[in-house]
Write a protein that binds this ligand. Structure first.
Ligand code: AMP
Ligand code: MN
Ligand code: MN
Length: 320
């Protein structure tokens, strides 16, 4: 049996499903999880969905149908069937990694190239542009219909992970599925407006602070900057509001790679990296304990910004 068939059977046979996606969820994490969850609920299953703390839905994704979401502390402790979406490793689940360990069956649906395969049924396809593509394959294999709500979730997953169908991961199959989702009721104009065309005013202030600190290292073909909890607090915004900021940093045409260091108050620095193509930032992130894709990746560093950026600078030459 193929992994698609195994995953579909485990999901289709379950009476109750507990779904989880990666911490700090993006459009693919929430969209693929909620799309699958709503489809399963429509098929008569008892479904809950969650992600590890901080348990905050980013503002630009709060238009998604979030009624299945429960706080991580209310997530089943010993789920019969747990489905993990868009997480390249168990530690990306935050505290819900414990629940996955205690689950009878864990189905993993993911597309990270750094995913080494965890869980009982690891449906991992690095060629898929988004985890949402794999969810659509599962729905088709179970003959579960795609309602407008589900289409909205899956279209959001695909739009965000392909950068609006601009990145190299966009395949003909991706566009065919997007067309199907639009036919099924997804509204691309509304999805784009929420995700890309609006932000709280404070975003301008916080982005301005981060952009004013940008540094270009021409030798390493690297642009870097950082943003702190203080920047966000004075602008009245949250971490989930700055997910798109890396897209402005990486505009610098002199640099192949772009990095933003997000300095949290707990002494951790969360790194987001992007590459124009010459650098395998996924492999670099993996060496530093994180992961991702060839051209978009991240890792978490315990220490200060200078230390985190130094780890990158001393290694990046090896990944070109
Ligand atoms: P981001 O920069 O947060 O948009 O993430 C870019 C890609 O890298 C996404 O596919 C993430 O799932 C992945 N990623 C980000 N941070 C980490 C991390 N600490 N560990 C593993 N993968 C990560
Ligand atoms: Mn993701
Ligand atoms: Mn993804």
């Amino acid at each position: 049996m193929s992994l698609i068939e195994q995953a579909s059977r485990a999901i289709g046979d379950a009476r109750e499903l507990a779904l989880a996606c990666h911490i700090g969820p993006d459009g693919d994490a929430l969209g693929s999880m909620l799309g699958l969850g709503i489809a399963a609920q429509t098929a008569g299953k008892k479904v809950v969905a969650s992600f590890g703390s901080p348990y905050v839905v980013p503002g630009n994704l709060s238009f998604l149908p979030t009624e299945l979401l429960v706080a991580p502390e209310d997530f089943p402790k010993n789920p019969e069937t747990m489905v993990v979406l868009d997480a390249g490793s168990a530690d990306r689940l935050g505290e819900l990694a414990v629940n996955a360990k205690a689950a009878a069956t864990v189905v993993v649906i993911d597309h990270h190239v750094t995913n080494q395969g965890f869980g009982d049924i690891p449906l991992v396809d690095p060629d898929a542009a988004a985890t949402g593509e794999l969810v659509a394959m599962i729905l088709d294999s179970l003959r579960w219909p795609i309602t407008p709500k589900i289409a909205t979730c899956l279209h959001t997953a695909i739009v965000t992970d392909t950068g609006r169908f601009q990145y190299t991961n966009t395949r003909p199959e991706t566009l065919t599925l997007a067309a199907r989702l639009v036919a099924a009721g997804a509204q691309p104009d509304e999805i784009s407006r929420h995700v890309y065309e609006e932000a709280p005013f404070g975003y301008l202030k916080a982005a301005g602070a981060a952009l004013s600190r940008a540094e270009l290292d021409e030798e390493l073909s690297l642009v870097t900057t950082f943003i702190t909890q203080d920047d966000l607090t004075s602008a009245g915004i949250d971490w989930g509001d700055i997910d798109n900021l890396i897209n402005t940093i990486r505009l610098a045409q002199e640099a192949d790679s772009a990095v933003i260091a997000k300095v949290h108050d707990d002494g951790r620095v969360k790194i987001s990296m992007r590459s124009r193509g010459a650098t395998d930032v996924g492999a670099l992130a993996a060496e530093l304990g994180g992961g991702g894709h060839r051209l978009a990746a991240g890792f978490t560093y315990n220490g200060d910004v200078a230390g985190a950026l130094n780890e990158i600078r001393t290694r990046i030459g090896r990944y070109r």
